[in-house]
Design a protein around this ligand. Structure first.
Ligand SMILES: Cc1ncc(COP(=O)(O)O)c(C=O)c1O
Length: 310
């Protein structure tokens, strides 16, 4: 289990994490009616810096909007959110290692029935140790017999807490069968994503990933990998992906905040690619991606493009 930092942001200030409590009668607890995001904060020479803070805030706002939680957008601006992140980071300082910051908007209305509009919300933010959930020596995955929740049921595009029951079903089944994680197919039978990461494959030098209409979360690491690949001159295609394409891929990898870029060595008992370790394109992308998080020089291009001092 990762180490959780002792101070949290809750409602409108800093409290001990043990005092950040929701009522058992609120919609967040009753229906899983909360939306969230997780992003890294890294220590740098000039202080702690958050990865793609604006994009994470936008996704949080959009997740709330999709679900019809209307009070968050009216009460929160990027500036206020940034201040809250600053406050919780400062309350746990000094931050000597990379941490993950989990920010959640909980619907706090008490027994309102199955509604989302006009209800009180509370923002919680806490920090925990940044540890990859994927093995470094290659992930073994299993296609889940559970399908990814459809955009017409609970949209994967919105990062809704309640929808993560779907991820738990898939991941626990995979673990029970001796695998590291699952691959979900969507309701149309095409590849969607892992339980908490997006997926890429490489065929004939082309990077391919399920498009945003494949019932996936629009991952911020995914967006970053696509940008890095295009900058490196690697062709990228976002489109519907068949499972059998994954089986015969030259390389495949998962990407997300909590997995980083993790190469996939086996799917459903089939070895991926011809190499025993990480493939060359995956390695090139992983090295560039990780460079963003090791930057300590504020003149560094990646740092300026992706990091916000908090
Ligand atoms: C279902 C799912 N897909 C993809 C991702 C990757 O998203 P990001 O890169 O924004 O962390 C996550 C991250 O938590 C996720 O839960």
């Amino acid at each position: 289990m990762p180490r959780i930092y002792p101070n949290a942001y809750f409602e409108d200030g800093i409290v001990s994490i043990d005092d950040a409590k929701l009522s058992i009668a609120c919609s967040a607890v009753l229906y899983g009616l909360s939306v969230y995001t997780v992003f890294p904060v890294i220590p740098t020479a000039k202080g702690p810096a958050a990865f793609r803070l604006n994009d994470h805030f936008d996704r949080l706002i959009n997740s709330a909007k999709i679900i019809g939680i209307d009070t968050f957008e009216t009460e929160w601006t990027l500036e206020r959110f940034k201040q809250a992140v600053h406050d919780v980071v400062e309350a746990n300082s000094p931050i000597k290692e990379s941490v993950f910051v989990r920010a959640t908007v909980h619907v706090n209305g008490l027994v309102p029935g199955t509604k989302s509009k006009g209800l009180a919300t509370v923002l919680s933010i806490f920090l925990y140790e940044a540890k990859s959930i994927m093995p470094v020596d290659g992930a073994r995955l299993k296609v889940s017999s559970w399908r990814r929740v459809s955009d017409t049921a609970i949209p994967s595009r919105a990062k809704v807490n309640g929808a993560y029951v779907n991820s738990v079903l898939g991941k626990q089944d995979a673990i029970n069968s001796g695998y590291d994680d699952c691959i979900f197919l969507n309701s149309g039978g095409h590849v969607a994503e892992l339980s908490a990461a997006n997926i890429f494959l490489v065929r004939d030098g082309i990077l391919i990933t399920p498009d945003v209409s494949s019932d996936i979360l629009e991952g911020i690491s995914r967006m970053t990998v696509i940008e890095i690949a295009r900058n490196l001159g690697i062709p990228v295609i976002e489109r519907s992906v068949d499972l059998t394409e994954l089986y015969i891929a030259d390389e495949a990898f998962a990407c997300g905040t909590s997995s980083g870029i993790a190469f996939i060595k086996e799917i459903d008992g089939r070895k991926i690619g011809s190499m025993s370790g990480i493939g060359p394109i995956t390695k090139q992308l992983k090295d560039r991606f990780e460079k963003i998080f090791s930057a300590t020089d504020h003149t560094d291009g990646d740092f300026a493009a992706y990091m916000t001092l908090v």
